[in-house]
Design a protein around this ligand. Structure first.
Ligand code: C2G
Length: 450
């Protein structure tokens, strides 16, 4: 008996997949089909898959060509499977030509002709349409956004707005964007959704105007600087069926999501303390050091660090205090202590003081250690008293990591989900509320100068 094996995602199963499976089956007597698991696909950068693994397995079975369906869950599994199942032929479409030659050591490798003119990405685009997203602002983060949006299906950056028209023009030229303008109404008329990547103090107004024009909004951090503004904007979005999401990039990346689910599942027992830190030394002249532009370590870095604490410990904190090192009217360092009835937490933030940017979540049974830079989460370790029980976790954090928030934003729009469990609206409101307390100097102390 000749055994054949082939692999794929088989998202929105189409004629190309069916032809491939038929051709693979014709190579032998018994066909094994490896269907990728959802997490394996995310790990290899396939962020846009529409059908979940169960749906995809069912679709493959329904073709009638598979004698056996298995799940592909890790890199290198093909070598294990070929040996485990005594496979004679590994078959795959010609788009992979040459890529699997290393399997020749274990069985015969056959590249089968690919069906032209059809693909899962094409079908996803036809089904979802292409959303035109416009960028407000043309600074550092906006520049990172464009290449990241290119790897997310169904979205195209189609316009850029900047109050300085020359900046908008240069940006559009650099990234090949069709439209640029310094007129917000013209800009809003051109797009379906807006990414707000302008200076902090402008977030509220731009987000409000975009929502009032009926556009979905992804807004950079810090979202807004008061809880009432945050609540007002979320309420408006809710009432008008619009998606409003805070672009707290770490909240949407695979490793951080895994940390929260593991900790919530009790792997380190009851959580008693969370320590986070984030620092980036900046030199003048820069917006971060400008008091009139809401500069300072807290406004700059609190959103991500508080997000991590709140995801783990919740929004019901019972006390908060701040200790800052000030220079020229802005905090170049702030330590936030956020206390809960059942736990303590702290965030140390610097723009003129360097800190170790790691995160430690301590529990009654063990702790999670995320090395610096914890906010670009790709690796973490769960550690116990008995070191042999320690476990290391590795995830990909691709590109600049903005693709995860863009993917979540688009998936909310396409699936008509107004709230994301990865960063709930009440969590985002709580973060804005803590930043507001700091700016209002509530429970705030300045460290003495020496
Ligand atoms: N295919 C095809 N014709 C198309 C589209 C896809 O012949 N028009 C083939 C691919 O070459 C592959 C199979 O169908 O052999 C599954 O394709 P995908 O679902 O896109 O999966 P892929 O990302 O190619 O997974 O471990 C996973 C494998 O490495 C490949």
């Amino acid at each position: 008996m000749t055994k054949v094996i082939t692999y794929g995602t088989y998202d929105l199963l189409h004629q190309g997949h069916i032809n491939l499976l038929r051709r693979a089956k014709e190579l032998g007597d018994y066909l094994i089909v490896g269907v990728t698991s959802d997490s394996f696909d995310r790990g290899r950068g396939k962020l846009n898959v529409r059908n979940n693994v169960l749906e995809r397995v069912e679709a493959v079975k329904a073709t009638g060509y598979a004698d056996e369906v298995i799940i592909e869950d890790y890199l290198g599994q093909k070598i294990d499977d070929i040996q485990r199942y005594d496979v004679d032929i590994f078959a795959i479409g010609s788009d992979w030509e040459g890529k699997f030659d290393y399997l020749n050591e274990y069985c015969k490798v056959v590249y089968l002709p690919r069906t032209e003119g059809i693909s899962s990405s094409m079908l996803r685009q036809q089904e979802e349409g292409v959303f035109r997203i416009g960028i407000v602002g043309s600074g550092r983060i906006a520049k990172r956004f464009v290449p990241e949006a290119e790897v997310v299906s169904s979205v195209k950056v189609s316009a850029v707005f900047d109050p300085n028209e020359q900046n908008a023009k240069d940006f559009a030229k650099q990234f090949g964007i069709k439209a640029f303008t310094d007129n917000l109404d013209t800009f809003l008329a051109e797009v379906d959704a807006v990414y707000v990547a302008s200076p902090h103090l402008t977030h509220y107004q731009y987000t409000k105007q975009a929502l009032h024009a009926g556009k979905h909004v992804l807004c950079e951090i810090p979202f807004v600087l008061s809880s009432s503004q945050a609540k007002e904007l979320y309420d408006y979005a809710e009432a008008h069926n619009l998606v409003l999401l805070e672009a707290s990039k770490t909240a949407y990346c695979p490793a951080f999501c895994r940390i929260t689910t593991l900790v919530k599942s009790g792997v380190i027992g009851d959580v008693v303390d969370v320590k986070t830190s984030l620092s980036k030394i900046v030199s003048p002249p820069t917006r971060e050091l400008d008091k009139s532009q809401a500069g300072g370590a807290m406004n700059e870095h609190a959103a991500l660090t508080l997000m991590a604490i709140i995801k783990i410990l919740g929004t019901n904190y019972c006390g908060v205090d701040f200790h800052s090192k000030m220079k020229d009217g802005v905090d170049i360092y702030t330590k936030v202590n956020l206390n809960y009835p059942h736990a303590t937490s702290s965030a140390t933030l610097g723009i003129g003081v360097k800190t170790e940017g790691n995160m430690v979540i301590s529990g009654t049974m063990g702790y999670v250690y995320v090395p610096a830079p914890w906010w670009l989460t790709s690796f973490f370790e769960i550690r116990y008293e008995e070191q042999s029980k320690n476990k290391k976790f590795f995830y990909s954090y691709d590109g600049d990591g903005l693709r995860y928030e863009i993917q979540e934003f688009m998936s909310m729009i396409v699936n008509r989900r107004k709230s994301s469990y990865k960063l709930r609206r009440d969590e985002s409101v709580a973060i804005a509320g803590i930043i507001e307390k700091f700016n209002n100097k509530i429970n705030w102390n300045a460290l003495a100068s020496r």
